[in-house]
Design a protein around this ligand. Structure first.
Ligand SMILES: *Cc1c(COP(=O)(O)O)cnc(C)c1O
Length: 422
């Protein structure tokens, strides 16, 4: 026990009983705040500052960049004039948020993010509707997921509503960067990194949250182009007890080499499988859906359950919610069949192959923020190609109806609580 700790217990004798049971908490809140005193205590449970939008400092860029022509946009290559940064340290918590010109950071070479992948991210989109209003799609889900990701790798958590207010400030400031052509949007990329200046594996004593934004065009500029997948039996993306269910930087670099392998064989992405049964899990960096035709003539829309290996996608949740509301007649969606079953259940490659052989597979597609819906027409599996039907215009009947409703809600054409006006 340090000397200062002993002294603090004496000064807290009024509530001595309590102090002995919860020394850290009490010492922090009622004891003299000399630097020496503070440094001798772990800060767990101490009242650290949360993200506070009222402390925002804004320094606008003196030299705004020329806006790019929408037709030249390449996903994630162009960034707006400003970024948001919020520092954190273990002693005081979240510092003053800053909106400043977009530009490089100075990071100490020992920063833990550079060695141990202490980094998480999010991805969401802002749209400008026909009335010029700015809308972000279900950002509360992203704020929640970012906190889940942060706690999984011992990065600091934060008030998601407060961060969202600051993101709205950033979007407002750079709103001329939101392209208005159909299918265009502003991609928002929040990120959080560990910046402790020490080569040691542990929770960082410093971190940096930042948000950058990129104007993007439609994923499929010339109409939906179904992609071919490689059902990989050589590589895995996630495993039970692993980190697949969290949006951590560490999950993505290991997927690049398998992606190159798939591309060399003529496939666009990997279909990630699990276990000797070859359960389908995800496609590339998207969630996966399959539609089966049932014996009674109805349809079953299926996606694998959130078993710890599946990333809980906002698009996934939206597709499921829309389909379930339709199936229960709560909110009918034009184009969806009345006889629709919605399932979160495991699906094996055997089931997909048999359904393809017997003509019972209706479609298979990926779902995620960047592409929204990505139709699949072929899966390479154990040396053979499994053929998947694609409907008119490269898209199956179920995904087309859901996509139309989703895009309507995202862009404000269809009124929805999911679309948050900035
Ligand atoms: C981000 C992501 C998704 C899709 O999530 P959305 O919230 O719908 O964008 C799916 N799978 C992986 C691996 C992802 O990283």
């Amino acid at each position: 026990m340090s000397l200062s700790f002993a002294r603090s217990l004496r000064t807290l004798s009024v509530s001595g009983q309590h102090a002995r049971r919860f020394p850290y908490v009490l010492a922090w809140s009622s004891a003299p705040s000399s630097a020496r005193f503070q440094s001798s205590f772990p800060t767990t449970g101490a009242p650290l500052a949360d993200i506070d939008p009222s402390r925002l400092e804004v320094s606008p860029t003196p030299s705004p960049k020329p806006l790019p022509a929408s037709s030249t946009l390449k996903f994630g290559h162009t960034f707006t004039d400003h970024m948001l940064t919020i520092p954190w340290d273990v002693k005081s918590g979240w510092g003053a948020p800053q909106i400043k010109p977009y530009g490089p950071f100075a990071l100490d070479p020992s920063s833990t993010v550079l060695h141990y992948a202490q980094t998480i991210f999010e991805g969401m989109k802002a749209y400008k509707d026909a009335d010029g209003k700015i809308r972000i799609f279900r950002p509360d889900m992203n704020m929640k997921r970012m906190n889940t990701s942060a706690s999984r790798i011992a990065l600091p958590t934060f008030n998601g509503a407060a961060l969202l207010e600051l993101i709205k400030d950033l979007v407002r400031l750079d709103q001329q960067w939101i392209p208005t052509e159909p299918g265009h949007s502003l991609y928002i990329r929040p990120s959080l990194i560990g910046t402790q200046k020490a080569i040691g594996v542990g929770p960082p004593n410093e971190a940096l949250l930042f948000v950058i934004m990129s104007p993007v065009g439609p994923y499929y500029p010339d109409g939906f182009k179904p992609v071919a997948l490689y059902g990989t039996t050589e590589f895995v993306r996630a495993a039970p007890g692993g980190t697949g269910a969290f949006k951590l930087g560490v999950n993505y670099a290991p997927g690049i080499l398998p992606q190159q392998h798939a591309a060399k064989q003529g496939y666009a992405q990997n279909l990630w499988l699990h276990g000797p049964e070859h359960y389908i899990t995800e496609v590339g960096t998207m969630n996966v859906f399959v539609v089966f035709r049932k014996d009674d003539g109805g349809y079953e829309l299926v996606t694998p359950p959130l078993d710890g290996m599946i990333l809980p996608g906002v698009t996934r949740d939206s597709v499921l919610t829309l389909a379930r509301e339709h199936a229960s007649s709560k909110n009918t969606i034009t184009g969806l069949p009345a006889n629709l079953t919605v399932s979160e259940r495991p699906v094996t490659m055997k089931e997909v192959k048999e359904a393809s052989d017997s003509g019972k597979i209706v479609e298979l597609f990926g779902a995620g923020t960047a592409a929204i819906i990505s139709p699949v027409d072929r899966i390479g599996y154990l040396g053979d190609d499994i053929h998947i039907p694609t409907g008119e215009g490269g898209m199956g009947p179920i995904s087309r109806a859901v996509w139309t409703e989703l895009v309507g809600r995202q862009t404000g054409i269809i009124p929805s609580d999911w679309s948050v006006v900035v």
